[in-house]
Design a protein around this ligand. Structure first.
Ligand code: TNX
Length: 550
């Protein structure tokens, strides 16, 4: 991994005095409209912070903490403007007329007026903080301007796979902090997979006692990668999950848990073999691994890939999954629950007499019909509890569950097909740069990745609404998300490196109207400033090469 040299940042920064020349005043994602005015607001310790509504107390505190940190002074918070004092005013007046999550900022010599409902004010504050890059003497100087802003998409997501590698709560919180700063509002937490079950379920303690440990620290097929001499283990307790949900909620971010089914189930099956079609069969272990053939029984997988041992469609399994979801629903109040649905090989279902009978008895066409039955049954259960499901685009095969939202990952085709069937879609196509486990450049210095090339310019250029859709169908595209699969990402520093600065490009793709996107302005005027800020906060990131050279 490249080491960040402060000198790189200095060069990047000195190349432009961003704020003077940049039409977006340094803000990422670029707002809907920015009108610079003449003059400046001088933020010093005489300024009062006007916040009448107790619901905005947290947002006011956040601003104050920022001012303390940047300026070295704090602002007196008051309920109404005071004569003779310049003010920063948080206001909901007129906010009813703003679009969902929208806000306005009016900066003049005497006042900064921030208008919005709760989430809008929070986003307005993020923009305002980006307008205050540094202290000059005893004050922070803010350029006068009028900003009007609201998101293009209502779903703006980042995914984090904690099954292949688990990360400490501090990293998860930092990830959420970054998302919030860039106006992303859904955190998709990939909690279970073949290589580990990472959420405590009280009714099934073996999920974490057995399903959260594997032999080996790194999952690789490559010779020389992967050690077999240490146990890799970890999971989040229910209290920790609650802590993350509350932490995210305070930043207007919803946590969407993913419990994988019917495939990617090796960890659950290792804990409870009766969930398999063949409880007595040893887990298949990749022949390329040195330990192939040497393990008996069901194993939590140690290499990455797609595995044949999947959930059997038995009453035992459905009862198990419903019980698991019952606990998950208590922890996660999100509208959506992600049920996976991807990469479920059908071999075991083909070989199992039970499954073949099940297909006949339930009048299903084939194994794809069985997969569809499986997802629809889980959807019915979750709908009955007032929740909706999201599934990866394989849930189209054999027929979509009636109310499902589809995440289109293998390309845009699944998204197009779903929108045409009037189903909501979240675009997250790997081939379009939204797989942040892919490399950011073709430089030989890049760290080991799973493959694929996804420079931030590609993320930036991506338009989530496929041209193949009519205007009416396009409305089913509710948003966009980038995924961070962590087969080859084992440390917090590498998580940061892989998501940054691509997350900034994603935020603009998710938030900014198409007509306002401008790669040159993003890369040359604004990005350097944001990278410098990452550097100041000790955050790791990929150092961009000039456009066209990646
Ligand atoms: C495919 S994306 C997967 C994941 C892997 C990823 C690696 C998806 C729904 N399934 O299990 O981690 O590729 O890029």
């Amino acid at each position: 991994m490249k080491k960040i040299l402060p000198v790189v940042i200095c060069v990047l920064l000195s190349s432009k005095m961003y704020a003077q020349t940049d039409a977006n005043m340094g803000i990422i994602p670029a707002p809907v409209s920015v009108e610079k005015r003449s003059g400046t607001f001088v933020l010093d310790k005489t300024v009062v912070l006007v916040s009448a509504n107790p619901a905005n107390a947290k947002t006011a505190d956040l601003l104050n903490a920022f001012v303390v940190n940047k300026g070295g002074f704090s602002l007196r918070t008051v309920k109404a403007p005071e004569a003779g004092h310049k003010a920063i005013v948080l206001s909901a007046e007129g906010a009813d007329k703003l679009p969902e999550e929208g806000y306005k900022i009016n900066i003049s010599k005497d006042r900064i007026l921030l208008t919005g409902k709760a989430a809008g004010l929070f986003y307005g504050l993020q923009s305002l903080m980006q307008l205050m890059p540094e202290r000059k003497g005893n004050a922070i100087i803010v350029q006068a301007a009028d900003i009007n802003d609201y998101p293009r998409f209502k779903y703006r997501g980042m995914h984090l796979d904690v099954a292949r590698h688990q990360f400490p709560l501090t990293l998860v919180k930092k990830y959420i902090d970054l998302m919030a700063q860039y106006k992303l509002n859904n955190f998709h937490w990939h909690l279970t997979d073949d290589q580990g079950w990472r959420i405590e379920i009280k009714k099934y303690p073996k999920l974490t006692a057995a399903g959260a440990s594997r032999n080996g620290t790194i999952i690789g097929h490559h010779p020389g990668i992967g050690t077999d001499d240490q146990v890799y283990k970890g999971y989040y307790t229910q209290d920790e999950a609650r802590e993350i949900v509350a932490y995210a909620a305070a930043k207007y971010i919803t946590v969407i848990p993913e419990i994988e089914m019917p495939g990617h189930a090796s960890a659950a099956i290792a804990a409870y073999p009766e969930l398999s079609c063949f409880p007595d069969r040893d887990t298949f272990i990749d022949a390329k691994t040195p330990w192939a053939g040497s393990r008996k029984g069901k194993q939590v997988q140690q290499t990455w890939g797609v595995f044949q041992d999947v959930f059997a469609p038995t009453e035992t399994t459905f009862k198990f999954l419903q019980d698991v979801l019952d606990e998950v629903l208590v922890l996660f109040p999100s509208k959506y629950i992600h049920v996976g649905g991807d990469e479920c090989p059908k071999d075991y279902w083909k070989q199992s007499e039970f499954c073949q009978n099940f297909i006949k008895q339930n009048d299903l066409k084939d194994e794809h019909g069985l997969q569809s039955y499986f997802i629809q049954r889980m959807e019915k259960y979750l709908n009955g509890k007032g929740r909706s499901i999201i599934g990866w685009d394989e849930i189209l095969e054999g027929g979509l569950a009636p109310n499902a939202t589809v995440m289109s990952w293998r390309g845009v085709e699944g998204g197009i097909a779903s929108a045409k069937q009037n189903h909501d879609v979240i675009m997250t196509p790997g081939p379009n740069g939204l797989y942040f486990d892919h490399k950011q450049s073709s430089s030989p210095d890049e760290p080991l990745t799973i493959g694929g090339l996804a420079p931030y310019t590609k993320v930036y250029a991506y338009d989530p609404v496929p041209a193949e859709l009519s205007a009416e169908q396009g409305k089913y595209v509710i948003g966009v998300q980038a995924n961070l699969w962590t087969e080859y990402i084992e440390s917090p520093a590498k998580v940061e490196y892989m998501v940054l600065p691509r997350m900034f490009a994603l935020s603009e793709t998710a938030w900014t109207p198409l007509s306002r996107k401008d790669l040159k302005n993003f890369s040359e005027e604004r990005l350097p400033l944001h990278l410098a800020r990452l550097d100041q906060t000790g955050t790791n990131f990929w150092v961009p090469t000039p456009i066209g050279q990646n």
